[in-house]
Design a protein around this ligand. Structure first.
Ligand SMILES: N[C@@H](CCC(=O)N[C@@H](CS)C(=O)NCC(=O)O)C(=O)O
Length: 224
């Protein structure tokens, strides 16, 4: 297993994602962005969605899901918990309990929206028109209001936190789906551009875009 050492502890980060043949990057992407941006070395393990390797690997996971982070020989799952943990370890989880709570609350909202979007993508729960003209803008409007509560470059003022990687990833997915979606949300658009241009993320994000990993979005009518 590839390994990452932080403060003497060993970590393995594996993403349930599909590099060439598959369709989505999966929930490992938040963790990957966190590691990249903070210049933490790691080996990236990816699985093709339809491969036997992925089917076999899933059976070894407690909930049959990834991503997984291995620490001291133990598997840790659930992207939210992993990211909060990394946030605490790297001092990117707010500077007091109030801020940590705010970040968690913000993040739960972001993940709620992802769930709605995933239902649209995978289960056809809404029409294209509904998701683009109602669900996404209504939710993004509320989220942006929350974002402005702590003015600055990130969710909490000018210090980046674990939740900013979740937010960025979601905005990037929605922007890939509809390139005008952020136009009504200038604070989010600026945030999204700012994250894109972070020195340790830019090259990776550009490559990811070239790789056209968001096939599902194209199938569902992306205007990118
Ligand atoms: N709540 C979990 C969900 C993880 C999850 O759904 N992962 C997907 C890939 S991104 C998965 O492993 N799905 C199992 C499958 O495709 O059978 C988390 O946030 O980590």
């Amino acid at each position: 297993m590839p390994c990452l050492k932080i403060d003497g502890k060993e970590y393995v980060q594996a993403g349930a994602i599909m590099r060439h043949l598959g369709k989505v990057y999966g929930f490992g992407e938040y963790i990957r962005l966190f590691f990249l941006d903070n210049d933490i070395k790691f080996e990236d393990i990816r699985y093709d969605f339809n491969s036997k390797e992925w089917e076999d690997k899933k059976k070894t996971m407690i909930f049959g899901q990834m991503p997984c982070l291995k620490m001291d020989g133990k598997d840790y799952v659930q992207a939210g918990a992993i990211m909060r943990h990394l946030g605490k370890v790297h001092n990117l989880n707010g500077s007091n309990e109030d801020e940590s709570f705010f970040l968690d609350m913000f993040n739960e909202c972001v993940r709620d929206l992802r769930l709605k979007f995933a239902f649209f993508i995978y289960k056809d729960t809404e029409t294209h028109d509904q998701i683009v003209n109602k669900t996404l803008p209504e939710f993004l409007g509320k989220l942006e209001k929350l974002f402005k509560e702590h003015p600055g470059d990130f969710i909490i003022g000018n210090k980046i936190s674990y939740a900013d990687y979740f937010l960025f990833e979601e905005l990037d997915v929605y922007h890939t789906f509809d390139k005008t979606i952020l136009d009504k949300f200038p604070d989010f658009k600026e945030f999204w551009e700012r994250m894109w241009n972070r020195p340790h993320l830019k090259a990776y994000l550009e490559q990811r875009k070239k790789d056209k990993v968001w096939t599902h979005l194209v199938e569902k009518g992306s205007n990118y």
